[in-house]
Design a protein around this ligand. Structure first.
Ligand SMILES: Nc1ncnc2c1ncn2[C@@H]1O[C@H](COP(=O)(O)OP(=O)(O)OP(=O)(O)O)[C@@H](O)[C@H]1O
Ligand SMILES: [Mg+2]
Length: 331
C-alpha cells in the first residue's frame, strides 16, 4: 500500500512526536523513511541584524580583505547570505543525521534530505514523486500548540497534497519520550463510495500492525428528526429506527468484506448526533486510536477540498488522523 513514509521535521520536539507512530507503521509495513527538513530562504533583514550586531561571523569577502568596494557598505551581501544559508543547511543535515542514527538503532531504513524554500511546497512536491508515499507529520511545530488551529505548514499540506497523510496532534507534556502506539483504527463511513475508498488503507494497516477495526456510522438522533420536522410541512415522523436499521445492515456488510480479507477483529458502532463530534468523542475514549477517513475530491482543481466532517475531525481530534484523498465519487 505505501512504499515509504515522508517525515517532514522542522527541528522542534513537537514535530518529533510523530516518530513513535512512524516507527510502528514502518516496522509493520517494512518500508523505509525519508526525513525532510526545509530551510527557509535567508531573510536579508534578519541577516543584516546578525551581521551588524556581530552575532554572525564577519564575511570573508574580497571587500572585507581591503579590496575597493563597488557595493554598498552596510547590510549583508550575496556571499554573506550564501554563508548563512550554507551554515543553516549543515545544521539541518546534522540534526537529521542525529535522528537517523537513533532510528537506525531500531532497525529502520532512513534517508534524509534538506531542501530550501517554502516548507509546504517542498513537502507536497517531494511526496508527489511517488503517489504511494505516506506523509506523516504533526499539526504543530516550532510555533507551539494552539488549541484548535493547525500550524500553517500542516494546513497547506493538508489542502494541497494528493498523497495519503497522517496528522498527529502533539501534546505539550509529552516531549519526545512518548511510547505512543496504535492498537485500533476507527473508520467513519457515511455509506458513500467515497468514504469506502479508505478501506484498502485500513486493511493494509490493520493486518500489518494487528489493529482492531472499529467501523462507525453516525445517524441523526430522534431529536434531530424532530427539530428538522418542525421546519418542514407535514406531520412529524421519526425516521430514526428505519435509518438505523439500514445503517446497521450496511456496517454488517462492510464487516463481512473485511473478514473475507482476513481482518481478525472488527467492531461496529452506531452513533447518533453530529458526525464530527461523535467521531472525535469516540476517538477520545482511548489513547491508542487512529482515525482513518477520506476527504472529498473535486476534479479539475489542484487542491483537495475537505468535506466538512473530515475538516472538523482533523482540527479537533486528539487522536492521529489518516486522511486519504478520495477519487471522484463514482456515482
Ligand atoms: N521547515 C520545515 N521543514 C520540514 N517540516 C516542516 C517545516 N516547517 C513545518 N514543518 C512540518 O509541519 C509540521 C507543523 O508545523 P507548522 O509550521 O505547520 O506549525 P507551527 O510551526 O506550530 O506553526 P506556524 O509555522 O504556522 O507558525 C511540523 O511538525 C513539520 O512536520
Ligand atoms: Mg512552523
Amino acid at each position: 500500500m505505501y512504499s515509504q513514509i515522508l517525515v517532514p521535521l522542522d527541528g522542534s520536539e513537537l514535530a518529533e512526536q510523530v516518530l513513535p507512530y512512524v516507527q510502528q507503521i514502518a516496522q509493520g509495513l517494512k518500508i523505509p523513511l525519508e526525513f525532510l527538513r526545509v530551510i527557509e530562504p535567508v531573510n536579508p533583514e534578519m541577516a543584516g541584524v546578525a551581521y551588524r550586531s556581530g552575532v554572525a561571523p564577519y564575511p570573508a569577502t574580497a571587500e572585507s580583505a581591503g579590496a575597493r568596494s563597488t557595493t554598498p557598505t552596510t547590510g549583508p551581501r550575496g556571499p554573506y547570505l550564501d554563508q548563512i544559508a550554507a551554515s543553516q543547511r549543515s545544521h539541518a543535515q546534522d540534526y537529521l543525521d542525529r535522528l537517523t542514527t537513533v532510528a537506525r538503532q531500531s532497525g529502520l531504513v532512513v534517508s534524509t534530505s534538506v531542501h530550501e524554500g517554502s516548507p509546504a511546497h517542498h513537502i507536497v512536491e517531494e511526496a508527489q514523486k511517488e503517489p504511494s508515499t505516506l506523509i506523516a507529520m504533526t499539526t504543530h511545530g516550532r510555533s507551539g500548540i494552539t488549541r484548535w488551529m493547525l500550524g500553517s505548514v500542516t494546513d497547506k499540506v493538508l489542502h494541497a497534497t494528493t498523497n495519503p497523510l497522517l496528522v498527529v496532534r502533539p501534546q505539550d507534556y509529552l516531549g519526545t519520550k512518548g511510547e505512543m502506539k496504535f492498537s485500533s483504527v476507527i473508520v467513519p463511513l457515511d455509506g458513500s463510495d467515497v468514504a469506502e475508498q479508505v478501506l484498502p488503507h485500513v486493511v493494509s494497516l490493520a493486518k500489518a500492525l494487528s489493529l482492531k477495526v472499529i467501523l462507525v456510522r453516525v445517524t441523526p438522533s430522534a431529536a434531530d428528526y424532530y427539530r428538522y420536522m418542525e421546519y418542514s410541512i407535514g406531520p412529524y415522523q421519526d425516521y430514526s429506527q428505519e435509518v438505523d436499521a439500514g445503517a446497521a445492515e450496511y456496517m454488517h456488510g462492510i464487516r463481512q468484506r473485511l473478514q473475507v480479507q482476513k481482518i481478525a477483529s472488527v467492531e461496529e458502532r452506531l452513533l447518533h448526533g453530529n458526525p464530527a463530534a461523535a467521531i472525535v468523542d469516540l476517538a477520545k475514549e482511548g489513547t491508542d486510536n487512529l482515525v482513518a477517513m477520506t476527504t472529498h475530491g473535486r476534479s479539475g482543481v489542484g487542491r483537495w477540498v475537505l468535506g466538512s466532517v473530515a475538516d472538523r475531525v482533523v482540527r479537533h481530534s486528539g487522536a492521529p488522523v489518516l486522511m486519504v484523498r478520495a477519487r471522484e465519487a463514482l456515482s
